[in-house]
Structure formats: C-alpha cells, structure tokens
Design a protein around this ligand. Structure first.
Ligand SMILES: Cc1cc2nc3c(=O)[nH]c(=O)nc-3n(C[C@H](O)[C@H](O)[C@H](O)COP(=O)(O)O)c2cc1C
Length: 207
C-alpha cells in the first residue's frame, strides 16, 4: 500500500504568514479578528444572536460524541450583577493578589457585559475539559462573526468550583457531578479592539 507521508510530499518546511487570499475567507477573518473585549455597551445581545452563538457552541467536536457539557446562558441583569459582586468578593478573599485589578464601586469581573455563558463538564467524562473548551472557542468565534464581542472569564469558572460558589452552581442548575470549565461574557463592544496578531509563530515547527 502506498502511504503518502510528509516525507514523500514536497511540502515547504517553513511557516509562512497567512496570505491575503486566505484572509478573504470569512471564517479565517473571524478567527483572526477575535480579540478579548473588556468594554461593553448596555445593548442586549438579541435572542437570535444568542441562539446562533450557542448553537455554534454545541457543534464543536466532542470525544466519543458524548457532549459531556451543561451550558447556561444568563442575560438577566440582576442575576448577572449579583453573581459578579459575589465573584468579586471571592477574588478578594481567595486570590488577594488579583483583587487590585478590580477597584471602585463599579468594579466588575464581567466588565458589565450583558450576557454570560458558563460551560461545565461532566466529571466522569475523561475528555470533558477539552470538549467544553472547544465549545468555548466556537462560541467566541461565532460571536465575533456576528459582530458580538466576548471574553473568557477564568475567575468565574474558578469561583463556581469553590465552596463559596456552590450556591450559584445550584441556582444555575448545574449538577454536582459537573464542574465549570469556562465562562464567557458577550456583548457589544464600545470601542474597536486591536486587530493585532500578537502571537508567537516561532512556537510552530513543521517536522
Ligand atoms: C481560560 C481563560 C481565562 C481567561 N480569564 C480572563 C479573565 O478572568 N479576565 C480577563 O479579562 N480576561 C481573561 N481571559 C482573556 C485572556 O486574557 C486573553 O484571551 C489573552 O490575553 C489573549 O488576548 P485575545 O483574547 O485578545 O487574543 C481569559 C482567557 C482564557 C483562555
């Protein structure tokens, strides 16, 4: 049997930046242009946009097709703000070195974004963390394609894993055997985000 391997095909070994022709592809554009947004207008994310984003999330690849996730979308302002404030209190207590990032009365771990999605994984599924992370990336890329900004908020996922966060886990109807993997805020950006590709391409090596 003829095996076509990299060694039998004359492929260039050097990594080259994305060509302008490739950059015309809308999926490539959405991936490259996504940047974390930390300043949001108070305009709601429409239900149609939210549904589309969530639908893209659950179309991520999933090991053994298990879909070992529980996804919660929160848009209720009061719930979001209270969760935000409790998360802030927990950061001050559990991660005091990070507390300085959030000062003043209007401090917000969620940058006052109008929507939050929490993706939790079934602890009994060995690939749950990977599966949930892939959901998270799909959510952010899809949001960007729709002109919606996003930012992963690690603090929120950590808070939900703590005993202080347990009442919120219950309120969000996340079962005990599920653990939050990634929380992502969504909303309309108030200012343009940098489109700089601030990534280190030297970490890519062709073998
Ligand atoms: C798992 C994870 C947790 C993150 N947590 C936070 C966070 O709590 N607050 C925040 O402002 N950004 C957070 N970020 C965003 C990163 O800071 C951001 O992705 C990184 O600086 C690269 O910038 P870019 O997203 O604009 O490309 C998080 C990102 C990831 C992947």
């Amino acid at each position: 049997m003829d095996l076509i391997t990299a060694s039998t095909v004359d492929l260039p070994r050097k990594f080259t930046p994305i060509s302008s022709a490739m950059k015309e592809n809308s999926t490539i554009q959405s991936i490259l242009a996504r940047r974390s947004v930390r300043s949001y207008s108070q305009k709601e994310v429409s239900r149609e946009d939210m549904d589309t984003i969530l639908n893209c999330g659950i179309h991520a690849p999933t090991a053994w097709h298990r879909e070992p996730w529980a996804i919660r979308a929160i848009q209720d302002r009061e719930t979001l703000r209270q969760f935000d404030l409790d998360c802030l209190e927990w950061i001050k207590k559990a991660q005091p070195s990070a507390a300085g990032l959030f000062s003043g009365e209007s401090a917000s771990v969620f940058y006052h974004a109008p929507a939050l999605v929490i993706v939790s994984g079934d602890r009994s599924s060995p690939f749950a963390t990977i599966d949930c992370s892939l959901v998270g990336e799909n959510l952010m890329i899809a949001a960007n394609a729709l002109g919606i900004g996003s930012c992963a908020i690690g603090f929120a996922a950590e808070f939900l894993k703590s005993s202080d966060g347990n009442p919120w886990k219950k309120k969000f109807k996340i079962a005990d055997n599920f653990e939050s993997v990634i929380a992502i805020i969504f909303g309309h950006a108030t200012s343009a985000t940098s489109s700089g590709s601030n990534r280190d391409a030297s970490k890519i090596i062709y073998i």
